[in-house]
Design a protein around this ligand. Structure first.
Ligand code: 13P
Length: 252
């Protein structure tokens, strides 16, 4: 395991108060020697970005956002633009999460969000993942079509893209129900092959691939060791400091 590892905490709405966000960020900072060599990003909900940014000042832990507007500026009530995120200290943004796709976020919207993120100087974590699997392997063509949102982006943008493979059927369960490392390996190879067809091959192979879907301390090590991935996008276990630290320790 000598490649750079990246773990992104997608807090969703699990951490929902400034006090708990501050407590988490402070505790994580204090324990940084436990996860040396692992890059960590915290992605709180919008109202908590400022308090987390404050607590992370001067640390190597980076700030992420859970989504971004597909528009550049006004008038879009309720949206948050790339420039606003940048001002808030954000450097990573999650796009196309399945929980947002379930609220009618289309591939076209995801493509526009990607463009906004990249033009705004942010790194974009593109989520892809099938709802279910069948023996015919239709999940592969679905992933291929979700990755097609990367087409027509400038080739040099590829260095700011991270792909998070999150099978919807494995989200919000337990580690026992999550994907197995060997199945994950097959998918990460497929994703790399698909990216290599779209971009310059050498650059495409450098795109980090994360796995998300019930990553817990119990399965983190085997997913990392067998899955041919660069890290994780963690949901529920990223909101519990002890579990999150155990995941980081398991893969350092
Ligand atoms: P869980 O880790 O809760 O399954 O969530 C995964 C996820 O959706 C991260 O973006």
């Amino acid at each position: 395991m000598n490649k750079r590892r990246l773990v992104v905490a997608n807090w969703k709405m699990y951490i929902d108060s400034p006090e708990s966000a501050r407590r988490f960020a402070t505790a994580l900072r204090k324990k940084s020697r436990l996860y040396k060599g692992v890059d960590v990003v915290l992605a709180p909900a919008f109202p908590l970005l400022a308090v987390v940014a404050e607590k992370l000042k001067g640390s190597v832990i980076r700030l992420g956002a859970q989504t971004i507007s597909e528009f550049e500026d006004a008038p879009h009530t309720g949206d948050v633009s790339a420039a606003m995120l940048k001002h808030a200290g954000v450097s990573f943004v999650i796009v196309g999460h399945s929980e947002r796709r379930a609220q009618n976020e289309t591939d076209a919207a995801v493509h526009a969000q990607l463009e906004r993120a990249l033009l705004g100087g942010l790194s974009a974590i593109l989520c892809v993942g099938e709802k279910e699997r069948d023996v015919a392997g239709s999940h592969f063509s679905l992933i291929e079509s979700q990755l097609a949102v990367l087409k027509n982006l400038p080739h040099k943008a590829v260095s700011k893209i991270i792909v998070a493979y999150e099978p919807v059927w494995a989200i919000g369960k337990t580690s026992a129900e999550a994907m197995k490392g060997s199945d994950l390996r097959e998918m990460s190879i497929f994703i790399k092959k698909t990216l290599a067809e779209q971009f310059d091959r050498v650059a495409a192979l450098k795109v980090p691939i994360l796995y998300g879907g019930s990553v817990e301390p119990g399965n983190a090590h085997s997913l990392m060791a067998e899955g041919d991935i660069n890290g994780f996008l963690v949901g529920h276990a990223s909101a519990e400091i002890d579990q999150f630290l155990d995941i980081l320790k398991a893969i350092r």
